[in-house]
Design a protein around this ligand. Structure first.
Ligand code: DP6
Length: 343
């Protein structure tokens, strides 16, 4: 029996991944930062199976101690996708005990942190017991990608790129950390406004597939490529106002792609627009570096610099809190990425 336990945080994309080719190859590079407090904590116990070597693995999944057979198909699919790298998984029983620090309804991508945590557990057992060598972060990221695209970025802390960009940096197969980051971007906050906790009407998987044959797809993929290059320059020079302009354009473009898909769909809610107006008003009157981004959902990520923290807490949050379900705002910030804990 082999056991390990890893914590992996979620991430928030500034340049969005939306549209992919076969084998989880992104249509454009994306760039995110990894969070601190919104994470998945996963313990993996590998037990010699009763089945013969060469058989598929079996999985048992527990979420917060409760058996979750409905999670099994996605995890089995993931394990089959990484078998070539980790052949010892064949015929084993994998017991997975997992939990998230954030509510399921929060719109924080649990697949990103969940798949990153599981990929780190498997790479750890591999390099400790089955093929002794040092932990290969890029392999953990590559595996995580096969579970969920955005998960490959959660294998590193700080700002992270996934996808080859025109400057020759990055890879479509795994994520890489962004090296040159100005001190003004070393701390960056993400306060997540829970505006709507309802089930999403269209999943990310369906959303990605609707980019196939989308009338604006090729232009959007070009824009994503250009924006990764622009964003890296912004991160290097520390220009917060350009950062916000690019980030908000990416978020609204993502949702514009949804609205112009066939069939179209809208994931924003009236409260999302109300919150955007309040953020824009606040920025206009205070001139502080505060902006927003959106994932594939209605909840807004309020993104800002350290010098805005006090004003956000005292003046902006009281205006936004009443829009949130049960006044819920998840206060997070950039973090150091996954780490192993005592199992
Ligand atoms: C809008 O990574 O969830 O959050 O690869 O199908 O699992 P799959 O998709 P997923 O898509 C994330 C989309 C996004 C943008 C982003 O995180 O870059």
């Amino acid at each position: 029996m082999y056991t390990t336990r890893w914590i992996a945080p979620s991430n928030i994309a500034i340049v969005k991944y939306w549209g992919k080719f076969d084998h989880q190859i992104p249509a454009n590079p994306s760039l995110s930062f990894t969070l601190t407090h919104s994470y998945t904590d996963t313990k993996l116990i590998v037990i010699e199976g009763k089945t013969t070597q060469g058989d598929d693995p079996t999985v048992e999944v527990y979420y917060d101690g409760i058996p979750k057979p409905e999670f099994q198909p996605k995890i089995l699919k993931f394990l089959k996708a990484i078998l070539h790298e980790y052949p010892w998984i064949m015929g084993k029983l994998l017991k997975i005990e997992t939990k998230n620090t954030f509510p399921h309804s929060s719109g924080i991508a649990s697949s990103a942190s969940g798949m990153a945590a599981l990929a780190c557990c498997i790479e750890d057992l591999h390099t400790t017991h089955f093929a002794p060598q040092s932990f290969r972060w890029h392999k953990a990221s590559e595996s995580a990608r096969l579970g969920s695209g955005s998960a490959c970025r959660s294998v590193y802390g700080g700002f992270v790129q996934w996808g080859l960009s025109s400057d020759g940096e990055g890879s479509d197969l795994y994520a890489t950390p962004v090296q040159q980051v100005h001190p003004d971007f070393k701390t960056i906050y993400d306060f997540i406004l829970i505006l709507d906790s309802g089930e999403k009407s269209v999943s990310s998987t369906v959303g990605h597939s609707l980019m196939k044959g989308h009338p604006f797809a090729s232009r959007r993929f070009e824009q994503g490529k250009e924006n990764v290059i622009r964003l890296k320059e912004i991160l290097k020079t520390g220009n917060w106002s350009s950062f916000i302009e690019l980030m908000e354009s990416e978020a609204l473009t993502l949702h514009a792609m949804m609205m112009t898909s066939t069939p179209p769909f809208i994931l924003m809610k009236p409260k999302t627009l109300e919150a955007i107006q309040k953020i824009w008003q606040f920025r206009q009157t205070t001139n502080l570096p505060v902006g927003f981004t959106l994932d594939a959902g209605a909840n807004l990520h309020l993104i800002f610099a350290t010098n805005a923290l006090e004003a956000v807490e005292q003046k902006l949050l009281p205006e936004l809190q009443y829009l949130c379900e049960q006044n819920l705002i998840i206060k997070d910030l950039i973090g150091r990425g996954p780490y192993k804990v005592d199992s």
